[in-house]
Design a protein. Structure first.
Length: 403
Protein backbone atom coordinates (compact mmCIF):
# COMPACT_ATOMS: atom_id res chain seq x y z
CA UNK A 1 0.00 0.00 0.00
CA UNK A 2 1.18 3.51 -0.76
CA UNK A 3 -0.23 6.76 0.64
CA UNK A 4 2.40 9.49 0.40
CA UNK A 5 0.08 12.31 1.40
CA UNK A 6 -2.08 12.52 4.50
CA UNK A 7 -2.11 16.24 5.26
CA UNK A 8 -5.86 16.70 5.42
CA UNK A 9 -9.21 15.40 4.20
CA UNK A 10 -11.99 17.17 2.36
CA UNK A 11 -15.49 15.83 1.81
CA UNK A 12 -17.19 18.69 0.06
CA UNK A 13 -17.57 17.91 -3.63
CA UNK A 14 -21.11 17.67 -4.92
CA UNK A 15 -22.20 14.48 -6.72
CA UNK A 16 -21.10 14.09 -10.33
CA UNK A 17 -17.81 15.92 -10.03
CA UNK A 18 -14.72 14.03 -11.14
CA UNK A 19 -11.33 14.33 -9.44
CA UNK A 20 -8.16 12.95 -10.97
CA UNK A 21 -4.50 12.45 -10.11
CA UNK A 22 -1.39 10.73 -11.46
CA UNK A 23 0.41 7.97 -9.58
CA UNK A 24 3.77 6.33 -10.09
CA UNK A 25 3.88 2.63 -9.22
CA UNK A 26 7.00 0.47 -8.87
CA UNK A 27 8.41 -1.34 -11.87
CA UNK A 28 7.20 -4.93 -11.83
CA UNK A 29 3.63 -4.04 -10.83
CA UNK A 30 1.16 -6.46 -12.46
CA UNK A 31 -2.12 -5.11 -11.11
CA UNK A 32 -3.59 -2.65 -8.64
CA UNK A 33 -6.27 -2.10 -6.01
CA UNK A 34 -7.53 1.25 -4.74
CA UNK A 35 -8.65 2.29 -1.26
CA UNK A 36 -11.71 4.56 -1.51
CA UNK A 37 -12.74 6.68 1.51
CA UNK A 38 -15.90 8.26 2.91
CA UNK A 39 -15.57 11.05 5.46
CA UNK A 40 -19.30 11.71 5.89
CA UNK A 41 -20.74 10.33 9.12
CA UNK A 42 -24.36 10.71 8.04
CA UNK A 43 -24.42 9.11 4.60
CA UNK A 44 -22.77 6.55 2.38
CA UNK A 45 -21.06 7.54 -0.86
CA UNK A 46 -21.13 5.67 -4.16
CA UNK A 47 -18.21 6.06 -6.53
CA UNK A 48 -17.36 5.40 -10.15
CA UNK A 49 -13.64 5.19 -10.87
CA UNK A 50 -11.35 4.51 -13.80
CA UNK A 51 -7.62 4.10 -14.36
CA UNK A 52 -5.27 4.00 -17.32
CA UNK A 53 -1.62 3.11 -17.80
CA UNK A 54 0.36 5.76 -19.63
CA UNK A 55 3.80 6.27 -21.16
CA UNK A 56 4.02 9.70 -19.53
CA UNK A 57 2.27 12.52 -17.71
CA UNK A 58 1.42 14.33 -20.94
CA UNK A 59 -1.14 17.08 -20.41
CA UNK A 60 -1.87 15.74 -16.89
CA UNK A 61 -5.33 14.66 -18.09
CA UNK A 62 -5.13 12.25 -21.02
CA UNK A 63 -3.09 9.01 -20.87
CA UNK A 64 -0.52 8.42 -23.60
CA UNK A 65 -0.23 5.21 -25.61
CA UNK A 66 2.95 3.39 -26.65
CA UNK A 67 3.47 5.91 -29.46
CA UNK A 68 3.27 8.80 -26.99
CA UNK A 69 -0.10 9.95 -28.35
CA UNK A 70 -3.15 10.91 -26.21
CA UNK A 71 -5.48 7.91 -26.13
CA UNK A 72 -8.70 7.79 -24.10
CA UNK A 73 -9.27 4.16 -25.16
CA UNK A 74 -6.76 3.22 -22.45
CA UNK A 75 -9.23 3.88 -19.61
CA UNK A 76 -10.52 0.88 -17.60
CA UNK A 77 -13.39 1.08 -15.11
CA UNK A 78 -12.64 0.02 -11.53
CA UNK A 79 -14.96 -2.44 -9.79
CA UNK A 80 -15.82 -3.75 -6.32
CA UNK A 81 -17.50 -7.13 -6.25
CA UNK A 82 -17.65 -6.85 -10.02
CA UNK A 83 -19.78 -3.69 -9.85
CA UNK A 84 -18.63 -0.35 -11.21
CA UNK A 85 -20.86 1.49 -8.71
CA UNK A 86 -18.88 1.14 -5.47
CA UNK A 87 -20.53 2.15 -2.18
CA UNK A 88 -18.54 3.09 0.92
CA UNK A 89 -20.35 3.05 4.27
CA UNK A 90 -20.62 6.17 6.46
CA UNK A 91 -17.58 7.17 8.49
CA UNK A 92 -17.41 6.15 12.14
CA UNK A 93 -16.25 9.62 13.24
CA UNK A 94 -15.48 12.90 11.52
CA UNK A 95 -11.71 12.23 11.53
CA UNK A 96 -11.95 8.51 10.79
CA UNK A 97 -13.04 7.79 7.21
CA UNK A 98 -14.75 4.57 6.27
CA UNK A 99 -12.81 2.67 3.61
CA UNK A 100 -13.43 0.28 0.76
CA UNK A 101 -10.72 -1.66 -1.07
CA UNK A 102 -11.67 -2.33 -4.68
CA UNK A 103 -11.31 -5.51 -6.67
CA UNK A 104 -7.86 -6.41 -7.94
CA UNK A 105 -7.59 -4.80 -11.35
CA UNK A 106 -5.03 -6.90 -13.27
CA UNK A 107 -3.13 -5.15 -16.02
CA UNK A 108 -4.35 -6.54 -19.34
CA UNK A 109 -1.04 -5.91 -21.06
CA UNK A 110 2.57 -5.33 -20.08
CA UNK A 111 2.79 -1.82 -18.55
CA UNK A 112 4.25 0.45 -21.24
CA UNK A 113 7.74 1.89 -20.92
CA UNK A 114 7.91 5.54 -19.88
CA UNK A 115 8.69 7.97 -22.69
CA UNK A 116 8.82 11.10 -20.52
CA UNK A 117 11.96 10.42 -18.50
CA UNK A 118 10.10 9.10 -15.48
CA UNK A 119 10.52 5.69 -13.88
CA UNK A 120 8.16 2.93 -12.83
CA UNK A 121 4.58 2.57 -14.02
CA UNK A 122 2.66 5.79 -14.75
CA UNK A 123 -0.99 5.39 -13.79
CA UNK A 124 -3.80 7.91 -14.28
CA UNK A 125 -6.75 7.68 -11.88
CA UNK A 126 -10.21 9.27 -11.80
CA UNK A 127 -12.87 9.21 -9.10
CA UNK A 128 -16.46 10.50 -9.26
CA UNK A 129 -19.04 10.50 -6.48
CA UNK A 130 -22.25 9.57 -8.28
CA UNK A 131 -24.11 9.66 -4.95
CA UNK A 132 -22.85 11.49 -1.87
CA UNK A 133 -19.79 13.70 -1.49
CA UNK A 134 -16.33 12.76 -2.68
CA UNK A 135 -13.60 12.53 -0.03
CA UNK A 136 -10.07 13.38 -1.12
CA UNK A 137 -6.76 14.42 0.39
CA UNK A 138 -5.60 18.03 0.50
CA UNK A 139 -2.03 19.23 0.70
CA UNK A 140 -1.58 21.20 3.92
CA UNK A 141 -1.73 24.95 3.40
CA UNK A 142 1.75 25.33 4.90
CA UNK A 143 3.29 23.28 2.10
CA UNK A 144 5.02 25.21 -0.65
CA UNK A 145 5.32 24.50 -4.37
CA UNK A 146 9.08 24.53 -4.99
CA UNK A 147 10.32 26.40 -8.04
CA UNK A 148 6.72 27.11 -9.00
CA UNK A 149 6.07 23.42 -9.70
CA UNK A 150 3.18 21.59 -8.19
CA UNK A 151 4.18 18.24 -6.73
CA UNK A 152 4.66 15.48 -9.30
CA UNK A 153 5.41 17.68 -12.29
CA UNK A 154 9.11 17.19 -11.57
CA UNK A 155 10.03 13.81 -13.05
CA UNK A 156 12.93 13.43 -10.59
CA UNK A 157 10.53 13.26 -7.64
CA UNK A 158 10.45 10.13 -5.52
CA UNK A 159 6.92 9.37 -6.69
CA UNK A 160 4.49 11.23 -8.87
CA UNK A 161 1.39 11.25 -6.79
CA UNK A 162 -0.31 14.65 -6.79
CA UNK A 163 0.36 15.89 -10.29
CA UNK A 164 -2.30 17.47 -12.40
CA UNK A 165 -5.08 17.11 -9.88
CA UNK A 166 -8.22 18.54 -11.45
CA UNK A 167 -11.94 18.70 -10.84
CA UNK A 168 -14.60 18.68 -13.51
CA UNK A 169 -18.40 18.62 -13.44
CA UNK A 170 -19.80 15.36 -14.75
CA UNK A 171 -19.00 11.69 -14.40
CA UNK A 172 -15.81 11.33 -16.45
CA UNK A 173 -15.23 7.78 -15.19
CA UNK A 174 -17.55 5.96 -17.60
CA UNK A 175 -17.31 5.11 -21.30
CA UNK A 176 -18.37 8.02 -23.46
CA UNK A 177 -17.13 10.61 -20.98
CA UNK A 178 -13.43 9.77 -20.90
CA UNK A 179 -12.53 12.48 -23.40
CA UNK A 180 -14.16 15.46 -21.67
CA UNK A 181 -11.68 18.33 -21.48
CA UNK A 182 -10.51 19.28 -18.02
CA UNK A 183 -10.79 22.74 -16.50
CA UNK A 184 -7.24 24.11 -16.42
CA UNK A 185 -8.11 26.66 -13.75
CA UNK A 186 -9.12 23.88 -11.35
CA UNK A 187 -5.69 22.26 -11.13
CA UNK A 188 -4.96 21.82 -7.44
CA UNK A 189 -2.52 20.03 -5.11
CA UNK A 190 -4.63 17.14 -3.87
CA UNK A 191 -4.85 13.41 -4.42
CA UNK A 192 -7.35 10.60 -4.98
CA UNK A 193 -7.85 7.83 -3.95
CA UNK A 194 -7.00 7.46 -0.23
CA UNK A 195 -4.39 4.78 -1.00
CA UNK A 196 -3.12 2.83 -3.95
CA UNK A 197 -2.20 -0.85 -3.58
CA UNK A 198 0.12 -2.16 -6.31
CA UNK A 199 0.19 -5.92 -6.79
CA UNK A 200 3.71 -7.24 -7.34
CA UNK A 201 5.47 -10.56 -7.60
CA UNK A 202 8.76 -9.06 -6.43
CA UNK A 203 9.57 -8.42 -2.74
CA UNK A 204 8.04 -5.26 -1.26
CA UNK A 205 8.46 -3.59 2.11
CA UNK A 206 5.88 -1.19 3.55
CA UNK A 207 6.67 1.54 6.09
CA UNK A 208 3.70 3.18 7.83
CA UNK A 209 3.94 6.46 9.75
CA UNK A 210 1.43 6.91 12.59
CA UNK A 211 1.15 10.36 14.15
CA UNK A 212 0.32 14.01 13.58
CA UNK A 213 2.13 16.82 11.72
CA UNK A 214 5.40 15.87 13.44
CA UNK A 215 5.55 12.80 11.20
CA UNK A 216 3.38 13.85 8.26
CA UNK A 217 6.07 15.84 6.45
CA UNK A 218 4.15 19.11 6.63
CA UNK A 219 7.30 21.11 7.41
CA UNK A 220 9.60 19.41 4.93
CA UNK A 221 9.84 22.59 2.86
CA UNK A 222 12.01 23.66 -0.04
CA UNK A 223 12.57 20.27 -1.71
CA UNK A 224 11.11 18.59 -4.76
CA UNK A 225 9.18 16.29 -2.41
CA UNK A 226 7.90 19.15 -0.25
CA UNK A 227 5.07 18.28 2.07
CA UNK A 228 5.58 14.52 1.99
CA UNK A 229 9.28 14.10 2.72
CA UNK A 230 8.95 13.50 6.45
CA UNK A 231 10.58 10.79 8.54
CA UNK A 232 8.59 7.91 7.02
CA UNK A 233 9.23 8.69 3.37
CA UNK A 234 12.89 9.37 4.03
CA UNK A 235 13.14 6.03 5.85
CA UNK A 236 11.49 4.35 2.85
CA UNK A 237 14.10 5.93 0.57
CA UNK A 238 16.91 4.71 2.84
CA UNK A 239 15.55 1.15 2.86
CA UNK A 240 14.69 0.99 -0.85
CA UNK A 241 16.79 -1.56 -2.76
CA UNK A 242 16.95 -2.60 -6.43
CA UNK A 243 15.60 -6.03 -5.47
CA UNK A 244 13.04 -4.75 -2.95
CA UNK A 245 10.73 -1.79 -3.38
CA UNK A 246 9.80 0.13 -0.23
CA UNK A 247 6.46 1.97 -0.10
CA UNK A 248 5.30 4.52 2.45
CA UNK A 249 1.82 4.68 3.99
CA UNK A 250 1.43 8.14 5.53
CA UNK A 251 -1.07 7.66 8.36
CA UNK A 252 0.18 10.87 10.01
CA UNK A 253 -1.99 13.94 9.57
CA UNK A 254 -1.64 17.59 10.57
CA UNK A 255 -3.80 18.49 13.58
CA UNK A 256 -4.70 14.88 14.36
CA UNK A 257 -5.12 13.75 17.96
CA UNK A 258 -3.62 10.47 19.14
CA UNK A 259 -7.15 9.10 19.55
CA UNK A 260 -7.81 9.63 15.86
CA UNK A 261 -4.43 8.69 14.39
CA UNK A 262 -4.39 5.44 16.38
CA UNK A 263 -7.95 4.63 15.28
CA UNK A 264 -7.05 5.28 11.65
CA UNK A 265 -3.87 3.23 11.92
CA UNK A 266 -5.92 0.37 13.34
CA UNK A 267 -8.28 0.64 10.37
CA UNK A 268 -5.32 0.44 7.99
CA UNK A 269 -3.93 -2.53 9.93
CA UNK A 270 -7.20 -4.35 9.25
CA UNK A 271 -6.40 -4.19 5.53
CA UNK A 272 -2.63 -4.59 5.40
CA UNK A 273 0.17 -5.45 7.83
CA UNK A 274 3.04 -2.98 7.35
CA UNK A 275 6.52 -4.40 7.75
CA UNK A 276 7.64 -1.36 9.75
CA UNK A 277 5.57 1.14 11.75
CA UNK A 278 6.97 4.49 12.89
CA UNK A 279 4.83 5.28 15.92
CA UNK A 280 4.37 8.65 17.59
CA UNK A 281 3.31 8.07 21.20
CA UNK A 282 2.30 11.60 22.24
CA UNK A 283 0.52 14.47 20.53
CA UNK A 284 0.11 18.08 21.62
CA UNK A 285 -3.19 17.95 19.69
CA UNK A 286 -4.79 15.82 22.40
CA UNK A 287 -7.27 17.49 24.73
CA UNK A 288 -5.42 18.60 27.90
CA UNK A 289 -2.25 17.17 26.39
CA UNK A 290 -0.13 19.06 28.93
CA UNK A 291 -1.69 17.08 31.82
CA UNK A 292 0.11 13.97 33.12
CA UNK A 293 -3.17 12.01 33.10
CA UNK A 294 -3.56 12.61 29.35
CA UNK A 295 0.09 11.71 28.75
CA UNK A 296 -0.57 8.34 30.36
CA UNK A 297 -3.80 7.76 28.44
CA UNK A 298 -2.05 8.52 25.12
CA UNK A 299 0.69 6.07 26.09
CA UNK A 300 -1.78 3.31 26.88
CA UNK A 301 -3.60 3.93 23.61
CA UNK A 302 -0.48 3.74 21.48
CA UNK A 303 0.91 0.70 23.31
CA UNK A 304 -2.29 -1.26 22.79
CA UNK A 305 -1.96 -0.53 19.07
CA UNK A 306 1.76 -1.42 19.13
CA UNK A 307 0.95 -4.75 20.78
CA UNK A 308 -1.70 -5.51 18.16
CA UNK A 309 0.61 -4.55 15.30
CA UNK A 310 3.51 -6.57 16.72
CA UNK A 311 1.31 -9.62 17.17
CA UNK A 312 0.30 -9.37 13.52
CA UNK A 313 3.92 -9.18 12.37
CA UNK A 314 4.90 -5.50 12.17
CA UNK A 315 8.14 -4.16 13.61
CA UNK A 316 7.26 -1.07 15.64
CA UNK A 317 9.80 1.73 16.14
CA UNK A 318 8.63 4.54 18.39
CA UNK A 319 9.71 8.16 18.18
CA UNK A 320 9.94 10.30 21.28
CA UNK A 321 8.40 13.74 21.07
CA UNK A 322 10.83 16.18 19.42
CA UNK A 323 12.12 19.30 21.23
CA UNK A 324 9.24 21.63 20.38
CA UNK A 325 9.55 23.92 23.43
CA UNK A 326 12.91 25.52 22.67
CA UNK A 327 13.76 29.09 21.80
CA UNK A 328 11.55 30.43 19.02
CA UNK A 329 8.77 27.89 19.50
CA UNK A 330 5.14 28.92 19.81
CA UNK A 331 4.70 26.21 22.47
CA UNK A 332 5.71 27.69 25.80
CA UNK A 333 8.08 25.52 27.81
CA UNK A 334 6.36 26.27 31.12
CA UNK A 335 3.15 24.81 29.66
CA UNK A 336 4.42 21.88 27.58
CA UNK A 337 7.91 20.72 28.58
CA UNK A 338 6.97 18.67 31.67
CA UNK A 339 4.35 16.72 29.71
CA UNK A 340 6.69 16.24 26.76
CA UNK A 341 9.48 14.90 28.98
CA UNK A 342 7.06 12.64 30.86
CA UNK A 343 5.83 11.18 27.57
CA UNK A 344 9.41 10.60 26.43
CA UNK A 345 10.34 8.95 29.74
CA UNK A 346 7.64 6.34 29.15
CA UNK A 347 9.15 5.52 25.75
CA UNK A 348 12.72 5.42 27.02
CA UNK A 349 11.82 3.16 29.94
CA UNK A 350 9.79 0.72 27.86
CA UNK A 351 12.66 -1.44 26.52
CA UNK A 352 11.07 -1.19 23.07
CA UNK A 353 12.88 0.08 19.95
CA UNK A 354 12.76 3.88 19.77
CA UNK A 355 14.35 6.93 18.22
CA UNK A 356 15.36 9.47 20.87
CA UNK A 357 14.43 12.70 19.10
CA UNK A 358 16.09 14.92 21.72
CA UNK A 359 19.43 13.20 21.16
CA UNK A 360 19.11 13.16 17.37
CA UNK A 361 17.81 16.68 16.65
CA UNK A 362 17.91 18.36 20.08
CA UNK A 363 20.43 20.61 21.76
CA UNK A 364 20.69 22.02 25.26
CA UNK A 365 18.44 21.39 28.20
CA UNK A 366 15.80 23.12 30.29
CA UNK A 367 14.04 23.14 27.78
CA UNK A 368 15.63 21.24 24.95
CA UNK A 369 15.58 23.04 21.57
CA UNK A 370 16.20 21.95 17.98
CA UNK A 371 19.70 21.77 16.57
CA UNK A 372 20.31 24.59 14.08
CA UNK A 373 18.99 23.66 10.64
CA UNK A 374 16.75 20.81 11.81
CA UNK A 375 13.49 22.80 12.17
CA UNK A 376 12.08 25.78 10.29
CA UNK A 377 9.36 26.64 12.82
CA UNK A 378 10.93 25.25 16.04
CA UNK A 379 7.98 22.85 16.41
CA UNK A 380 8.23 20.36 13.52
CA UNK A 381 11.38 18.71 12.19
CA UNK A 382 12.15 20.06 8.73
CA UNK A 383 13.52 17.96 5.91
CA UNK A 384 17.01 17.85 7.43
CA UNK A 385 15.62 17.04 10.87
CA UNK A 386 13.35 14.34 9.47
CA UNK A 387 16.32 12.91 7.59
CA UNK A 388 18.34 12.65 10.79
CA UNK A 389 15.46 10.90 12.55
CA UNK A 390 15.01 8.55 9.57
CA UNK A 391 18.71 7.63 9.62
CA UNK A 392 18.48 6.74 13.31
CA UNK A 393 15.39 4.64 12.63
CA UNK A 394 17.29 2.85 9.85
CA UNK A 395 20.16 2.23 12.28
CA UNK A 396 17.75 0.69 14.79
CA UNK A 397 16.15 -1.50 12.12
CA UNK A 398 19.57 -2.67 10.94
CA UNK A 399 20.29 -3.77 14.50
CA UNK A 400 17.07 -5.79 14.33
CA UNK A 401 18.19 -7.43 11.08
CA UNK A 402 16.10 -5.20 8.79
CA UNK A 403 18.21 -3.33 6.25
Amino acid sequence: MQRLLNQGWTAGDAPNKTRSTIHQLPSGTIGVRFELPNLMTDASVTYNAAFALSTGVGDLFTPLNASGEPDNKLWIQVTSGGDTAMTVAPAVAKNQPARLVTDLMPFRTVPPARLDGGSGVCLFFRLCAIDGRLTYLDVDGNVVTPSGLKNARDLSQFSQTFGGSWGNPGNNCVPGNFNVAYQANDLSPMVVPLSILPVMAAPVMTVMSVGDSILSGVSALGHKDAGINGVGLQLAKLLDRPHRTVLHVNEARSGMSSTDFIANARNTLAGIVPDVILLQTYSANDARAQDQEMVWQAWQRTMLFAAEATERGSVVVMLTSPPFCGTGSTRAADVWEDARLAANALVIGSNLPFVDSDKVVGIGDGPVGYLPGTSDDFVHPNEAGSGALARDAARILAGLGIA
